[in-house]
Structure formats: structure tokens, C-alpha cells
Design a protein around this ligand. Structure first.
Ligand SMILES: [Zn+2]
Length: 347
């Protein structure tokens, strides 16, 4: 496995912080001209553009913007113009109606006129993606799932103005395969005894519970696969152990520990943390189902899209008053939004 170095050359073209968003997409770009001219452009304050990272054909990596700050790479707005969120081909971008720079980590490949990265460039990019995910784990406690809807192109975010960035030839699937395959040898392989699709260890961190956790199944449908939409059985409330996870409609495979016949995949909304005592049922905890109170903002005061208020969400993470909500209970959406615990009500 190759190793690469990152050279830091910080650009003035950035804004501090991320407006309360946690980065949850990698956005790939191509830079026009040579690698050197791309470096000069990003370092020039007059250009008003930046990426977090730029990779040369030889696999050199330059970092221009700290990943805790937002780069001026692939911004969107709600002005109704070419950069309007509604024009994106990505559902999450359309739904969120936030500046896409706030929740993306941007990586550009230089010297790539035909949209084809060199082998070394692609390897460096896969290495960098894993490096960034380790940093995100350290900073935010979560990683970006390594799958096609989270490793996206600039042209999918703003197709009107940037359809050629990074270009149709860019090998997204190959990049994702490399980034997934080169996980460290100490990382246990995902389980293979079931025919369902399992995700990488990195992707699993977007879920509130992990394999081995004991959880409360609150009752409901049990599915034969992580993607099935019609339940095979309906089961009552029981205590279960998580035996597999998947980033899918039904993210948890549970086996009951109290012999109540739960054995299969379930939706996130039917799984909660074990309540330690009967009077703690009113406490918001990881795995709780919650709704946003009217008028709520993000933890740092940003606006929250209307659709978020009309759904019920699962708590992913709690740090003091800061609560990250991610999946909705039907498993069709993931918003990774930090809010104040006082703006939440148990559903
Ligand atoms: Zn671009």
C-alpha cells in the first residue's frame, strides 16, 4: 500500500467554520491548466476559488483549506439562478437548500485535461479520502460513507455551470473501490456469511449502533435483507444484539437475546438504546426518536430546511447540548445536522 505526503499551503480563499454542518460528502473536481497554475490560482486572493486539496499527476497532495473550514469550491444557493440547489442532480443537495460548500470536502485533480486521472493520482486520491475520514472521525466523531452518493462530482452539485467537472470519464467507482479496499490491515473485514450487501467499517460510523451492541427493538417489521421494503414478519418489543450493519433502508440486523424470535433486518426507527431505568424513558439519548421544535436552528444558528421539521429523526451523537440527528425513522434520509438538545422533543 502506497503512502503519500500532504504539503500545506493555506489559501486566503475560505471561510472559517462550516455553519454548523458536518462534512458528509467528498466532492471531486478537475483543475484547468497545469498543476502549478492551479496552485497559483488557489493561492491568489483575487481568484476567489479554492479546494481543500489538489493532487498532481505524480500523486503530490497540496492542502489549501483546513477541513474544519469551508472552501470556495462548489457553492450553491437558493437564488433561482444557475447555482440554485434545485438544479442539482443529487437529492440531498436539493432537499437541504444549504450552500454545498458547508458540507463537502473538496478534492481536485490537476493536469487532467481529458478527465482521466493517472494511476498514481487515483491512488493518492483514495489514500487522501481515507486520511480525511480518519481526521473527520477525530474531529466530528463520524466519517463519510464511501459510496457513490457521498463521493460525488462538482458537476452533480451544479450541473448547469460545471457539468465537465471532473468530467464524465472520471472513474468514481474505481476510486471508491480503491478507498474501500485499502483500509488498514488491522480493520476487521465486514461479515460475509449473509448474502446482503455490507458496508465498510468507515460507512458504519454513520449509524448510531455498531455490531455487538445490545439494543431495544421497539417492535415492528423484520426484513429478510437490508434493502427489502416489505417485512417478512412483525415482531414485538424485545432486547436484541446487533449482528450486522449496512448503510441501507434497514440498517441493523438484530437477533433477540430474550428468545422473542427477532432475527433479521430492521429500520433505524425501531431501534433504541437500552433504557437503564423505567423513569429514564423521557431522556434524549443516542438512538432516541426526536422531532425538531418549531423555529429550531442548527447548533450554530443556521437555518434548517422545512422538510426536517415534518419528519422524525434518530439521534446519532450527543456532546453536552450538541445533538447530531442523522437518519429519519423510515431510513430514506440522512441529514447529519447538529442542533441544540433544547430544540428537540422525543417522538
Ligand atoms: Zn469543480
Amino acid at each position: 500500500m502506497s503512502s503519500f505526503n500532504i504539503t500545506q499551503r493555506l489559501s486566503p480563499n475560505m471561510t472559517k467554520g462550516r455553519q454548523g454542518q458536518i462534512p458528509d460528502h467528498f466532492c471531486l473536481h478537475t483543475s484547468g491548466g497545469t498543476f502549478t497554475s492551479a496552485v497559483n490560482t488557489v493561492l491568489n486572493p483575487a481568484s476567489q476559488v479554492s479546494y481543500h486539496f489538489l493532487i498532481s499527476k505524480a500523486g503530490e497532495i497540496v492542502q489549501f483549506v483546513n477541513i474544519e473550514n469551508w472552501a470556495w469550491a462548489n457553492g450553491t444557493n437558493n437564488s433561482g439562478g444557475n447555482l440554485d440547489n434545485s438544479r442539482s442532480t443529487l437529492e440531498l443537495v436539493r432537499q437541504r437548500r444549504l450552500n454545498a460548500n458547508w458540507y463537502t470536502v473538496s478534492i481536485s485533480c490537476g493536469d487532467m485535461p481529458a478527465g482521466n486521472p493517472s494511476k498514481e493520482q487515483l491512488n493518492a486520491c483514495a489514500w487522501l479520502i481515507r486520511h480525511i475520514n480518519r481526521e473527520l472521525q477525530r474531529i466530528y466523531g463520524v466519517q463519510i460513507p464511501l459510496r457513490r452518493d457521498r463521493v460525488v462530482g462538482h458537476g452533480e452539485i451544479t450541473p448547469v455551470t460545471r457539468s465537465g467537472c471532473p468530467g464524465r470519464a472520471f472513474p468514481f467507482d474505481e476510486l471508491i473501490r480503491l478507498a474501500n479496499n485499502e483500509s488498514s490491515p488491522s480493520t476487521p473485514a465486514p461479515p460475509t456469511q449473509s448474502s446482503t450487501q455490507h458496508t465498510s467499517p468507515a460507512a458504519d460510523t454513520a449509524l448510531a449502533f455498531k455490531v455487538g451492541d445490545t439494543v431495544q427493538f421497539t417492535g415492528g417489521g423484520v426484513y429478510v435483507s437490508s434493502n427489502a421494503s416489505v417485512p417478512a414478519h412483525s415482531r414485538g418489543k424485545s432486547q436484541c444484539r446487533v449482528t450486522h450493519t449496512a448503510n441501507a433502508r434497514n440498517p441493523y440486523h438484530l437477533v433477540s437475546t430474550d428468545n422473542t424470535r427477532v432475527h433479521g433486518w430492521v429500520v433505524a426507527g425501531d431501534v433504541q438504546a437500552i433504557q437503564s431505568s423505567s423513569n429514564s424513558a423521557s431522556v434524549i439519548r443516542v438512538g432516541s426518536r426526536v422531532r425538531l421544535n418549531p423555529g429550531a436552528k442548527t447548533f450554530t444558528g443556521g437555518n434548517i430546511s422545512a422538510f426536517v421539521f415534518s419528519d422524525t429523526w434518530i439521534v446519532l451523537q450527543i456532546n453536552g447540548d450538541r445533538v447530531v440527528i442523522n437518519n429519519n425513522i423510515s431510513g430514506t434520509n440522512a441529514i447529519m445536522t447538529p442542533v441544540n438538545i433544547r430544540d428537540l422533543t422525543l417522538a
